[in-house]
Design a protein around this ligand. Sequence first.
Ligand SMILES: Cc1ncc(C[n+]2csc(CCOP(=O)(O)OP(=O)(O)O)c2C)c(N)n1
Length: 562
Amino acid sequence: MVASDLVVKILVQMGVRRVYGIPGDAINDLMESIRKADDISFIQVKHEEAGALAASIEAKLSGQLAVCVGTSGPGAIHLLNGLYDAKLDHAPVLAITGQVETPFIGTNYHQEVDLERLFSDVAEYSQTITSEQQLPEIVLEACRAAILNNAVAHISLPSDIAGRKVKVSSDNIASIPKRGEAVPSERDINTACELLTGANKVALLVGIGAANGVAQLMDFASMLQAPVVRTLRAKDIIDEGNPFHVGGIGLLGTKPGVDAIDECDLLICVGTDFPYTEFYPDDAKVIQIDNVATQIGKRVAVDVGLIGEVESTLPVLMEELSSRGFSAGSEQIAFLSKIQSAYKGWGEKQHKKEEDDSFPIKPQALFHKISELSKPDSIFIIDTGTSNAWSARHLKVGPNQRFTLSSALGTMGVAVPGAIGAQLAYPDRPVVAIVGDGAFSMMMADLMTAVRSKLPITVIIVNNGELGFIALEQQAKGLPPFGIDVHNPDFVAYARSVGAEGFKVESAEDLATSLEQATNSVRPYVIDVQVDNSELIIPPKIEVDAALGFVKAKVRQWFDQQ
Ligand SMILES: Cc1ncc(C[n+]2csc(CCOP(=O)(O)OP(=O)(O)O)c2C)c(N)n1
């Protein structure tokens, strides 16, 4: 076998079943190795960024290693934004790039870019393979770095090395690495129990890192009688119908959720890296549970950090509390009940707009309808823009549904490539991309990838005719909207021209018809929904400056029009 065959063999043994990218130039040998291999397929995308985003979303949903490739120079550069999405959301992704032949490295050769330097920030591990002898170790090390650290790894394979003969002594080269289970110390468990017994208003803040311990988490919430506030990504794992769930934190959160965190005297952060420090409480004690030691105390000062897996740490904590005869006090029960009833009232208020059946459709009604009409096992991929905010509040994610987005990077363009990655990884589940018209235009070429790969994804374009989220940001600063107009093509005509189905929603009833048709379609299905762009996204805490900003912006617009 040749060196690139060995790369592919290792990937297959690491559980990788597909590679996203664009072929050519420095990766032709690698492509030939993929072509020859039985257990791995190549998904040709229209832009390497889409390949990296598809890999990132696949890895976020499955927790398994996903792979994208690009040629040296331009192909490698195109991968970067998708890889940053994986880095910031802690998803295990390996990028393999070609590189110019080894004798030319460092000579400003055609399509030569210093790839190790280019990838040094995004990748936990980035190496150029400079001899066929070191190849297996480097590929294994890269896969291990990505899987064990939930991170991005990168390898460059120079074109002269890729085709060289290699010998392998055994057929079994790679095994999928497993992270050892971290268990908190007895001393830390005791300290946490003391804090818990001394507290009167405990609240839980839950992130996606709690994914493997949701059942234990809910038992814990019940034992403590504590409200559960979640990050946006954790919509993927927390059943919103659970009585302890009181909504989200942050600007896209719910008022009762934000209040619960503000008012608690003991906050327990579970598997979260929520970055906005202004939403953490000022005076409360803090316990943090995370299996990565470096996460402890990263966003908020903690009184005790429990370094351990959520699913094994919580039972230990509950057992110790039981042995101390713990039961929630009356102040705690009253705190929970106050937050729960505020959450109920908040939901009822939100519901009014959800029932509006006017046209153009209110975004609140659109997201509500999507929840109502989606299948119980749908996977939602949300793009960046107002869709984030509307989905945060009005898309109800059922217990067997999935939900993901570009969370920490917040890149536009993630939904269509992400839906491609999701549909390939979960071929039997309905996959729904929800995307603004601006973000769809950014990545619309990759609808063709979905068509060619026969992926029946549904793409819902939340068409407000502008870069709506930016218009809101500008107005909140007192500025008139500028540079936010878009020149949209006929999205339905485009969808049909590339072999997808398309439907332009022109009434509230159309919405139900098109969603039904999309679910039954064997081809990608684009639903272009014109929404009312005058709806404001109200943050849970309204800053006076932002409110004044809106007034100022409106006055300025009025004067400009005179
Ligand atoms: C790659 C990238 N470029 C720019 C931005 C800044 N940005 C955030 S939301 C947004 C507007 C999105 O517009 P659209 O997709 O039409 O959705 P809307 O907000 O109108 O619902 C922009 C430009 C970004 N997040 N990512």
